[in-house]
Design a protein around this ligand. Sequence first.
Ligand code: NAD
Length: 362
Amino acid sequence: MTDERGTSDARGTVLVTGGFGLVGSATARRLSELGRTVVIADLDTPATRTAAAALPRGASARFVDLTDPDQTARLVADVAPSVIIHLAAIIPPGIYKNRALARRVNVDATATLVKVAEAQPTPPRFVQASSNAVFGARNPHKATGPVTADMPMKHSDLYSAHKAEAESIVRASSLEWVVLRLGGVLSVDPKAIPFNADALYFESLLPTDNRMHSVDVRDVAWAFAAATTADVAREILLIAGDDSHKQLYGDITPALAGARGIKGGLAPGRKGNPDDDDAWFVTDWMDTARAQEALQFQHHSWQDMIDEAARQAGPSKYVLALLSPVIRAVLKRRGAYWKQPGQYADPWGAIKRRIGDPSPDS
Ligand SMILES: NC(=O)c1ccc[n+]([C@@H]2O[C@H](COP(=O)([O-])OP(=O)(O)OC[C@H]3O[C@@H](n4cnc5c(N)ncnc54)[C@H](O)[C@@H]3O)[C@@H](O)[C@H]2O)c1
């Protein structure tokens, strides 16, 4: 049976931008499990070509650069989606290295996609991936309670500014929009999140007592898939794990690294400055009650993730356990605060020193 768009799925096609990224891959898998027709749109790279060779059932891939308005217009016209899940973005730490490109992807391409979607004969629902970063830097010594959807947005750095701008574009559109503001997305799959020099340095600069609300990528995928049909039009929903995911940076990496065999954590970090409200990273615990009520997406507790990460780590964890003292010694010297003056973490200074300018666009 075909619907008016000529597809075989009466619920219509879901277009997932950035669909080969961390969240996108899991979202395409979840939609496939639900029997949905999915088109993944992502850049043409060796990694996305490899991923496209093993697509989940019901999914196909289109290689596009969403910073090119012509490619975007052609994509949307060809696919005629009933829903767009817009995930494509350049996120930390890479965003601070590629400021101009990041603006074109995170803000300009979102504006183009929204405009193209609005001009469709049947405009799609637009599910926007936003972030708890839109609440800005959060000093846990001053900011009380979890953040809620109605709190004001604050531009603390380039990423929080881009996500807030993109969200504002989507919310000002005539589309049936839904905004999902994500917490810190983690995966039990050791290959899913890059473990390179930039990522390790970035991890070492985050204040150890900075709050971060983690969430299993499979639960995020569940939320995006549910948001394609749930009665949540024009709502902002806060997507993070259950209460066991309300964590501090200083506890997360040692637990995950430990599950993979590295005992005793990675580089020692620094606490944040209680007297400087700006010297904190752009994450906090969130009130997920409404999102959970509407989308029923929280299925993996923090302990479930740690147990599963340990099971998935394989035999390498015994080797890593033996190498732990050496790994720690090396990472200590590469850490953001090695031989740096001062007592407290200075996340923006550390980003500027080794990655790039983190300040919002002027
Ligand atoms: N990962 C997190 O912890 C987190 C937290 C909050 C919000 N988010 C948001 O969720 C979304 C997905 O994040 P992710 O972790 O999967 O990121 P990711 O970097 O893994 O995936 C982003 C994808 O976008 C694609 N992309 C980049 N530029 C493109 C372009 N010009 N045209 C087409 N595709 C392009 C990339 O190739 C990549 O596959 C982003 O919007 C991000 O801001 C993520």
